[in-house]
Design a protein around this ligand. Structure first.
Ligand code: GLU
Length: 490
C-alpha cells in the first residue's frame, strides 16, 4: 500500500452463508486481517445473506467459529456490532431499496418487467447464435406511461442498472494495474430482484460505501464484477475504493480449488485434526505475501511473523497451489513441535474431547459386554482411513459399477441434506427408492463406506456424531480409491 494509505484503512470480508465455511474465506480473511492489523485499521465481517435460495441457516455460526478457531478476530460484525451496522445484509433491505430508488430517479437504473419465460427465450436465441447471454435492453426503452401502466397492473419487476451502450470502464487493480472492460461486454445487471431483495452487486457496493471500506481485498473471481461496481459508485457519485484481487487457490492440477479434489470446508480441517497454526502458516505461504527469504528458508512462520513481515504488494497473481501434501507435512511439523502436554491437550480438545467421546459412548453402551470392546466398536470414529474391500461393501446382487454410481448418489444426497438423523433418513430412503435400491442395500453400503465394516453402532447417529464434513470426505475418498482401482484393472 502506498504511503498515503498507511493508516486507518478499513477492510472487510463478506462471506455468503451458503454452506460450510470455505478455505478460500480463511485465505482472504487472513490477508484482510493482516492488512488491518499492520495499518492500525479495522477488519469488518459482513454477512452477505441476500441470496435466499442458497441460504443455509447454520452457516453463519460456522463461519464465526471457523474464523475464531483460526484466531482471525474482527472488529465489527453481526455478533460484535460496530458503528456502521447492521452487518447482516438481510437486515438492511430497506437501505438497498432506498438506494435503488435513487438510481431510478437519476436514470442510472430502470424497472424491467420481462417475464422469466421471455428472458429464457432470448437466452436460447443467443445461445443458438453463439452470442454471450445478455439482457437485450427491452425495458430500457419503455416510456414513462408504459412503466406506469405496468405498475398499476401490478406486474412483477426487477430493477436493472443501465450500463452505457458504448465506451468502457477502467479501474485499477492494485496487484495487476489498469483493467478495462468494454461496456458491450457488461450486462444490464439486476440490482433488485422481483422478491425485493438486492443482488450481490448492489448490496456489496452500497455496504462497502456506507461501511467506509477503503480497500476491497477479495478473490480474483470478482474481477469481472468490478466494472459493474465501479459504474455503480459513479452513478451514486461516490469515490471508488482500492481493489485488490487475490489469486484463486488451485488444486495440484491447477484447476480452481474444488471439493472434488480437496476438502474445502474449514470444518473438515478442524475436525480432521489440523492445527490452526499450521493452517494459517499454509495459507500465508499462498501467493508469496511473505518475503522470499522467510518463505524459502523455513516455510514456517506464525501469525505474529506474518503481521510483521507480510506484504500484500508481494502477492503474485498466478494461482497458488493448495497442496494437501504440503499442508499435512506442515501440520506434522507443528504437531511434533508441541510439548507433550500441549500435544495431549490438542487431542483432548478435538478427536478425544469429552463432547465427542461422550456422544460416542452413548451410542455403544447397550452393545457392550466389557468396556474393553469400546475400541472394537468405535474405531472408525478415530481412524483416518477405513477403506472397505468389495467383499464388505458390494451388495450381493449388484455390480461394482452400479454400486459406485449409487454411492455417488448417496454422496450428492448427503451433501444436500441437513445433518440430523431426522432429515437424513427420509432423504436417503427417497433417493434409494427412486433408484430401485432397498433400504437395506442402501444403508449397508453407506455403513461399509463409513465404518469399513458390515456391523456398526446405529448408522445415522454415527454419521451425525462423525460430522458432515468428514463423512462426505470419507465417501469421496472411497469413490476416488475405487476409481483408481478400476483404472488399474483396465
Ligand atoms: N459475498 C461474496 C462472497 O461470498 C463477497 C465477495 C466480495 O468480497 O466482494 O465471496
Amino acid at each position: 500500500m502506498t504511503a498515503d494509505t498507511e493508516q486507518n484503512i478499513r477492510v472487510r470480508i463478506a462471506p455468503s452463508p451458503t454452506g460450510d465455511p470455505h478455505v478460500g474465506t480463511a485465505y482472504i480473511g487472513l490477508i484482510n486481517f493482516l492488512c488491518a492489523r499492520q495499518r492500525n485499521g479495522k477488519f469488518v465481517l459482513r454477512i452477505e445473506d441476500t441470496d435466499r435460495t442458497r441460504f443455509v441457516s447454520t452457516s453463519e455460526q460456522m463461519i464465526f467459529e471457523a474464523l475464531r478457531w483460526l484466531g482471525l478476530s474482527w472488529d465489527e460484525g453481526p455478533d460484535v456490532g460496530g458503528p456502521y451496522g447492521p452487518y447482516r445484509q438481510s437486515e438492511r433491505t430497506e437501505i438497498y431499496r432506498e438506494h435503488a430508488d435513487l438510481l431510478l430517479a437519476s436514470g442510472s437504473a430502470y424497472r424491467c418487467f420481462c417475464t422469466p419465460e421471455e428472458l429464457e427465450a432470448v437466452r436460447r436465441q443467443q445461445m443458438a447464435a453463439r452470442l454471450p447471454a445478455r439482457y437485450p435492453g427491452t425495458c430500457r426503452r419503455l416510456s414513462v406511461s408504459e412503466v406506469e401502466a405496468n405498475l398499476s397492473a401490478a406486474r412483477p419487476f426487477v430493477i436493472r442498472m443501465k450500463v452505457p451502450g458504448s465506451g468502457s470502464t477502467t479501474f485499477r487493480d492494485e496487484l495487476r494495474g489498469a483493467i478495462t472492460f468494454e461496456h458491450t461486454n457488461v450486462d444490464d445487471q439486476v440490482l433488485i430482484k422481483s422478491d425485493g431483495f438486492p443482488t450481490y452487486h448492489l448490496a456489496n457496493v452500497v455496504d462497502d460505501y456506507l461501511m467506509r471500506i477503503t480497500d476491497v481485498i477479495r478473490a480474483e473471481e470478482w474481477i469481472s464484477s468490478t466494472p459493474k461496481h465501479v459504474l455503480l459508485y459513479q452513478a451514486f457519485g461516490w469515490p471508488v475504493p482500492r481493489f485488490w484481487h487475490m489469486p484463486l487457490l488451485r488444486n495440484v492440477d491447477k484447476s480452481k480449488i474444488s471439493k472434488r479434489k480437496n476438502p474445502v470446508s474449514l470444518v473438515y480441517y478442524r475436525q480432521a485434526g489440523y492445527l490452526p497454526e499450521a493452517m494459517l502458516n499454509f495459507l500465508g505461504l499462498m501467493g508469496g505475501g511473505m518475503p522470499a527469504d522467510i518463505n524459502n528458508a523455513t516455510e514456517k512462520f506464525t501469525l505474529e511473523d506474518m503481521m510483521q513481515h507480510f506484504d500484500i504488494r508481494n502477492i503474485r497473481p498466478a494461482g497458488p497451489v493448495f497442496d494437501l501434501t504440503k499442508l499435512r507435512w506442515l501440520n506434522g511439523e507443528y504437531l511434533r513441535a508441541l510439548s507433550p502436554q500441549a500435544f495431549y491437550g490438542a487431542l483432548r480438545s478435538t478427536i478425544l474431547s469429552d463432547h465427542y467421546l461422550s456422544r460416542i459412548a452413548g451410542l455403544v453402551q447397550t452393545r457392550m459386554e466389557t468396556l474393553g470392546q469400546f475400541g472394537d466398536l468405535t474405531n472408525f470414529f478415530f481412524a483416518e482411513n477405513v477403506l472397505p474391500p468389495p467383499e464388505v461393501f458390494l451388495p450381493k446382487k449388484r455390480s461394482i459399477e452400479e454400486t459406485l454410481a449409487f454411492a455417488a448418489e448417496q454422496l450428492a444426497t448427503l451433501e444436500a441434506t441437513e445433518w440430523t438423523a431426522e432429515a437424513l433418513e427420509p432423504a436417503l430412503k427417497q433417493m434409494g427408492d427412486a433408484k430401485g435400491w432397498s433400504v437395506k442395500e442402501n444403508f449397508m453400503l453407506l455403513r461399509a463406506i463409513l465404518t469399513g465394516s458390515t456391523m456398526s453402532p446405529p448408522l445415522l447417529e454415527s454419521m451425525v456424531i462423525f460430522g458432515k464434513a468428514r463423512t462426505l470426505d470419507r465417501l469421496r475418498r472411497f469413490l476416488d480409491a475405487q476409481k483408481k482401482t478400476a483404472g488399474h484393472r483396465k
